[in-house]
Design a binder for this molecule. Structure first.
Ligand code: HEM
Length: 165
């Protein structure tokens, strides 16, 4: 069951699962920012950010294990399309640059998220309120938000180029 995708393309279950997570994360993040900016619901924002961070960590770890260890790399998942050899090689080289751009954001995002969350928990505590850490947190928080959004957009573009087109 986990060897095939559920979105109708020749992929894997975990690949389709992470694509759905990447689509869902953006509106959930916007909701979390609305909570903090317009409702001043700092505890709600904290809980949602911690949940999103944990869900992303678990989903991405399971995804990496699946792609790298179970399937032996994304190229093997493209091979499921059973293209003629020359067409397969051309597709792999055409799609690789999209993956590299995606990886720039996908690798920096967890670093920023961990820094944002660890510092926020240390400096705001478990009952968060605006304070001396607000300026640094807003900077880190917006950088994390932009980075995960670009991870999502470039991840979806890669999925489209490699598995849909
Ligand atoms: C990666 C996780 C997080 C992201 C991306 C994030 C993002 C943000 C952003 C962008 C803002 C500024 C909104 C504005 O422009 O007014 C903000 C505000 C705030 N966040 Fe987070 N946040 C995260 C985690 C947390 C955590 C774990 C806590 C609590 C421990 C927290 C507490 C706050 C508080 C108290 C504010 C209000 C600061 C103020 O207006 O003075 N955040 N967050």
């Amino acid at each position: 069951m986990f060897r095939t995708g559920f979105l109708g393309y020749p992929t894997t279950f975990m690949l389709d699962f992470v694509v759905c997570a990447l689509v869902l994360i953006v509106p959930l993040l916007l909701f979390s920012l609305w909570l903090v900016k317009f409702r001043r619901n700092y505890a709600g924002h904290m809980k949602l950010q911690l949940t999103l961070g944990l869900v992303l960590l678990v989903a991405v770890t399971a995804f990496e294990v699946d792609v790298q260890l179970v399937h032996g790399g994304w190229e093997n998942i493209v091979a499921q399309q059973k293209l003629p050899e020359a067409e397969y090689a051309a597709k792999i080289s055409a799609v690789r640059p999209w993956l590299i751009v995606h990886l720039v954001f996908a690798i920096t995002t967890p670093v920023l998220w961990v820094a944002t969350i660890v510092l926020a928990l240390k400096r705001f505590g478990r009952n968060p309120q605006p304070g001396p850490h607000s300026r640094v947190h807003s900077l880190l928080g917006w950088a994390s938000t932009i980075d995960i959004t670009l991870t999502s957009v470039t991840g979806l573009l890669f999925y489209y180029m490699a598995f849909v087109r």
